[in-house]
Design a protein around this ligand. Structure first.
Ligand code: SF4
Ligand code: SF4
Length: 143
């Protein structure tokens, strides 16, 4: 009986989409780059050997819009794969590498602040050593 539940859930994960986000050379004055979507940090990109890559892949996933999160932690108890944790500001964060896109957390969130990532919401930001962010030009390519 257990396997009849687990197999369909992981079948959803197998169809999770990955899309590409590309950009030009980035000034090394930034300490990190971030892909953000409606205030959620979707991916953090570190410099390697003093330079940033000129693109990355982003996994389609559910994510928490931070401004709507009240820190109730209901979503953590509901997630079947342990993909949600609380950050230092008591806001829920979803790990897209673990998320199987089942949507259970989105249904149970009392403030409706969990949504499936829309590629068009994503934007690239450069973050300096003091935490200031700057919007940078980037381009999305959906497969
Ligand atoms: S259920 Fe919604 S409001 Fe509660 S911690 Fe999770 S994302 Fe935040
Ligand atoms: S959609 Fe929500 S409940 Fe489902 S795996 Fe992803 S984070 Fe967990």
């Amino acid at each position: 009986m257990k396997s009849t539940i687990i197999i369909p859930v992981f079948a959803v994960a197998a169809f999770a989409e990955v899309f590409s986000f590309t950009w030009g050379p980035i000034d090394v004055e930034f300490s990190t780059l971030e892909i953000q979507a409606r205030g959620a940090v979707v991916k953090i990109i570190e410099a390697e050997d003093g330079t940033f890559p000129e693109g990355t892949e982003v996994i389609e996933s559910y994510y928490v819009i931070p401004e709507g999160c009240i820190g109730c932690q209901i979503c953590i108890g509901q997630c079947p794969v342990g993909a949600i944790s609380m950050d230092d500001n008591n806001l829920a964060v979803i790990d897209p590498e673990l998320c199987i896109n089942c949507g259970i957390c989105a249904s149970g969130c009392p403030t409706s602040t969990i949504e499936l990532l829309d590629a068009d919401d994503c934007a690239l930001y450069g973050i300096d050593s003091e935490g200031n962010s700057e919007l940078l030009p980037g381009e999305l390519e959906e497969d």
